[in-house]
Design a protein around this ligand. Structure first.
Ligand code: ADP
Length: 552
């Protein structure tokens, strides 16, 4: 016969439970809480739960079972009293009958005549001689995770009045399990993170380039030894410092502004910052800073790549110096050669026969080409050394563009290319060096004509764009592959996989144009697609208006 007290019966809390007993239970519960919080030792906490539960309901034995969902078993992890040794470690399949005992409703079950209750496995009665049983599920966030059981052979039936204390103890047991589980998960996650961090640090240590990673508040959280060597500080002296402060003083305001901008950018914008920095010890470092975002788009910090380019800068400077010296040495004899050829062709040395005239003409032509090349080399050397001086004035853009177009008409007609100029708006006055701006337009036109098929057109447009005047040169030639578009502005670079026209070309035109426009405080850019032609553009500042920083 069952006691009739089951999940649906109301709980009766009896005043019969002696006050001293209650106080002792409360004391024990506090102890269990202490163990849960301080020691995080699950087995000690569950041992106390089992003991305390036995005292509360005067049971001969108690046990804590936890559900192992991987094997679908109830695993008795802790026992107390007469069955302690027998029950601890036992695993029983989560049969239907056990499931109904550890019911989802979470209500306690009292069975004071186990023989008459089909939910109780036969073994419990025959082998263990149990007569009465009390089962309370352990629940974490409304989910049943196990059970607290009390069993009696001779100790008599369980009183319904004891249930409240028993349930409270079970709740403490569940809390211990939840706490331990949380702790295990946190620890596993922490160990996993540590492992990943060690791996990343090992990879970073092998890199020849310096890497500095900072968090969203610009605190350095990761740095490799190469970065330490480049910056000239010990690893520990960089970690935790503000990213701005590890830069030389003169760069700090700029870096601060850049970090602010990068932190507010969007992942899709692909914003980054590149700069060569001269360190006080004479090193030249190339810095590339990129913002790091989570998948959700949240900004989490900055990854900086540092490259010590001191040697390559020195090599570059030596090359520039060499080019400049050679060009200077060539300029004077070439000028006198050109002068002599001009005089001879002009008849200063007497009558020359037609055959000789043709030969002298060819020589003059070649001499002019050489002078242009030498001039380009000198310009390039000046730009690289930062010695290109501009004669800034208020100039008319359309006048300069028209003059450049006029000078290129002859070349265009030789190549059967039609040149057109379109000026929108009024007279455009800008601040700039007129001769140098004309030189840029001539360079762009020369390329546009060179790369245009016979019969094609090249258009030059001049118009206002925001606070600037924008100049564009458009051709309908072969276009430039995306991968080449940045490289063509490097000196001596000529795009690969392209049929280069058989005209004199040094690969310097665009890098000189870029240098001139950048010295005007602006940018030159190209929009092009293979087979669809190209448009090169730059913009110049209008006096009294915002400075023009780009042409977009
Ligand atoms: P180059 O003296 O070779 O013209 P530039 O610096 O002016 O030197 O140009 C570099 C390279 O860029 C060219 O060799 C060519 O490959 C590419 N390029 C420049 N302008 C054009 C254009 N309008 N169309 C296609 N390719 C171009």
């Amino acid at each position: 016969m069952t006691s009739g007290r089951d999940a649906n019966d109301p709980l009766v809390v009896s005043d019969d439970l002696a006050v001293a007993d209650r106080l002792s239970i409360i004391d024990r519960l506090l102890e269990i809480s202490d163990v849960i919080i301080s020691e995080m030792d699950l087995s000690s906490a569950l041992q106390m739960v089992a003991e305390c539960a036995a005292d509360a309901v005067k049971a001969e034995s108690t046990a804590v079972g936890l559900i192992d969902w991987s094997t679908k078993e109830l695993h008795y992890v802790q026992g107390f009293g007469v069955f302690a040794d027998k029950i601890t470690g036992v695993r029983t399949p989560l049969t239907k009958s056990i499931r109904t005992l550890v019911s989802k409703s979470g209500k306690p079950v009292v069975i004071n005549d186990v023989a008459a209750d089909e939910r109780v496995p036969q073994r419990v009665i025959t082998e263990w001689g149990i007569r009465s049983l009390l089962v309370v599920p352990l629940k974490v966030r409304k989910k049943v995770i196990g059970a607290l059981l009390a069993a009696n052979r001779h100790g008599g039936p369980f009183a319904v009045r004891d249930l409240r204390a028993f349930e409270t103890i079970a709740n403490h047991g569940a809390a211990a399990v939840a706490h331990a589980d949380l702790h295990t998960r946190a620890r596993t996650a922490f160990l996993q993170l540590e492992k990943e961090k060690t791996k990343i640090e090992a990879v970073l240590a092998q890199l020849g380039d310096g890497v500095v990673v900072s968090d969203a508040r610009n605190r350095v959280i990761m740095v490799n030894s190469t970065a330490g060597k480049i910056i000239g500080l010990a690893h520990e002296d960089i970690l935790g410092r503000n990213l701005v402060d590890i830069h030389p003083k003169p760069f700090r305001p700029e870096v601060r502004a850049i970090l602010e901008q990068l932190s507010r950018s969007k992942p899709a914008a692909g914003l980054f910052w590149e700069q060569n920095i001269n360190l006080p010890d004479g090193k030249v470092v190339h810095i590339n800073m990129r913002p790091v975002f989570l998948k959700s788009g949240v900004f989490v910090g900055i990854a900086s790549l540092l490259q010590d380019i001191t040697d390559s800068v020195a090599l570059d400077e030596a090359k520039t110096e060499f080019i400049s010296t050679v060009a200077h040495e060539l300029r004077t004899p070439l000028t006198s050669l050109k002068g002599s050829l001009g005089l001879a062709l002009g008849g200063a040395v007497g009558e020359i026969n037609p055959g000789l005239r043709t030969m002298l003409g060819v020589a003059e032509n070649s001499c002019n080409k050489l002078i242009r090349l030498v001039d380009d080399m000198l310009d390039m050397a000046k730009i690289e050394a930062g010695h290109l001086s501009l004669e800034m004035d208020i100039i008319s853009v359309q006048e300069r563009v028209k003059s450049a177009v006029d000078r290129m008409r002859q070349f265009a007609s030789e190549r059967q290319v039609c040149l057109s100029v379109k000026v929108t708006g009024r007279q455009h006055k800008v601040i700039g060096d007129g001769d140098r701006i004309e030189q840029v337009v001539i360079n762009l036109l020369s390329n546009a004509i060179k790369f245009s098929p016979a019969g094609a057109s090249v258009e030059v447009t001049v118009g206002r764009k925001g606070s600037c005047v924008k100049v564009s040169v458009t051709d309908h030639g072969p276009g430039i592959a995306p991968a080449e578009q940045k490289k063509i502005f490097e000196k001596f670079y000529r795009a690969a996989g392209q049929d280069q026209p058989k005209t004199n070309s040094s690969g310097l035109g665009l890098s000189i144009s870029k240098g001139i426009i950048e010295q005007h405080g602006s940018r030159i850019s190209v929009k092009s697609a293979p087979g669809k032609g190209s448009t090169f553009s730059f913009a110049l500042s209008i006096p009294g208006e915002e400075p023009c920083l780009s042409n977009e």
